[in-house]
Write a new protein. Structure first.
Length: 79
C-alpha cells in the first residue's frame, strides 16, 4: 500500500520535518520563477502554504542521504 500526504502544509512545518534543512524554496508556476526562500534564520520571507502538487526544494547543509517518510509523521490524521 502506498502512503501519500492527505493534507497541505507550510514551509515552516516542512523545514522542521526534514533533518538539517536550512531553507525551503517553491516554484511559482504562474510567473515561472523561484521566489525568495523561507529560511531557518530570521526569515525575510513569511512561511508560505504548500499545497499538494506544488514544486518545492528543500536545502540541507549536509551531503548525506536521509530516509524521510514524506512528512507522514508531521500530519494529524483523521480518526
Amino acid at each position: 500500500m502506498n502512503s501519500v500526504n492527505i493534507e497541505n502544509t507550510n514551509a515552516s512545518e516542512l523545514l522542521q520535518n526534514i533533518p538539517n534543512c536550512t531553507k525551503i524554496g517553491r516554484w511559482d508556476a504562474s510567473s515561472q520563477y523561484w521566489p525568495p526562500e523561507y529560511t531557518i534564520k530570521a526569515p525575510p520571507v513569511a512561511s508560505f502554504d504548500i499545497f499538494m502538487g506544488d514544486a518545492v526544494f528543500a536545502y540541507r547543509n549536509v551531503q548525506t542521504v536521509i530516509i524521510w517518510d514524506s512528512g507522514r509523521s508531521m500530519l494529524t490524521l483523521p480518526p
